[in-house]
Write a protein that binds this ligand. Sequence first.
Ligand SMILES: C[S@@+](CC[C@H](N)C(=O)[O-])C[C@H]1O[C@@H](n2cnc3c(N)ncnc32)[C@H](O)[C@@H]1O
Length: 260
Amino acid sequence: MSVRDTWNPAQYERFRAEREQPFHDLVALITKRQAGSVVDLGCGTGLLTAELHRELQAADTLGIDSSDAMLERARSLERDGLRFARGNISDWQPEALFDVVFSNAALQWVGDHRALFARLTAMLAPRGELAVQVPANFDHVSHTLAADIAGEEPFATAIDGYIRVFSVLPPEDYATLLFDLGFVAQTVRLQVYGHVLESPDAVVEWVRGTLLTDYESRMPQPLYEEFVARYRARLNAALGDQRPYFYPFKRILLWGRRPD
Ligand SMILES: C[S@@+](CC[C@H](N)C(=O)[O-])C[C@H]1O[C@@H](n2cnc3c(N)ncnc32)[C@H](O)[C@@H]1O
């Protein structure tokens, strides 16, 4: 099955304000300022990478992403000390160690978090800090419905029975993992971000910028339009006519520091 790059910077940034709060909360967990080198894994359009670079007063910040569409936007922000490069987090290997390894809303797309976090830990210099935010909203109807519809015809046949499974662990497992990996200080928390949206229909636009891109990348465009139409009808039926619609969104924020 061929997989297209369906990340769309304009669609993703429609909910920029709502998506930025967890980023700021994550940056606030980092104690290091005047950091030497920083990497932002799954940097997307790079807007928040540039903000991270400023906030941490870093000498050198590198944004890594696998989507050409997102990177094209990011590259327009490049300047001294701020660079972007194409790479897949699953197998990307840096040439030198980092003072901060950062990732906001991206690692949920990468499998086997135990192995992944061991690799990220190995990228950190002594006293280096890891800061990660991942969504944990997979039990909300906005997410379960996408999986249900992917399992129905004609979609199931078109995508060979593919259903997105996210590898995000429970918060306490991340805390244990950080301990097992030798982090000497840590914070792990589950936070509910409440988003007041105009109506349940706005949730469709929200997930079209993230979760649904995964299904979009695996089917022809007309079939994907049918997928979205079925998703929209069923989501509206499930959530009813609530105006505004309060969208509770769970996220895990985690931070850890390496020993000297
Ligand atoms: C939800 S966006 C988050 C972007 C940015 N960190 C932010 O907070 O605005 C997720 C990003 O992760 C990237 N991504 C997903 N899987 C990836 C992988 N395996 N390697 C590199 N980037 C990946 C996508 O291309 C997308 O730009």
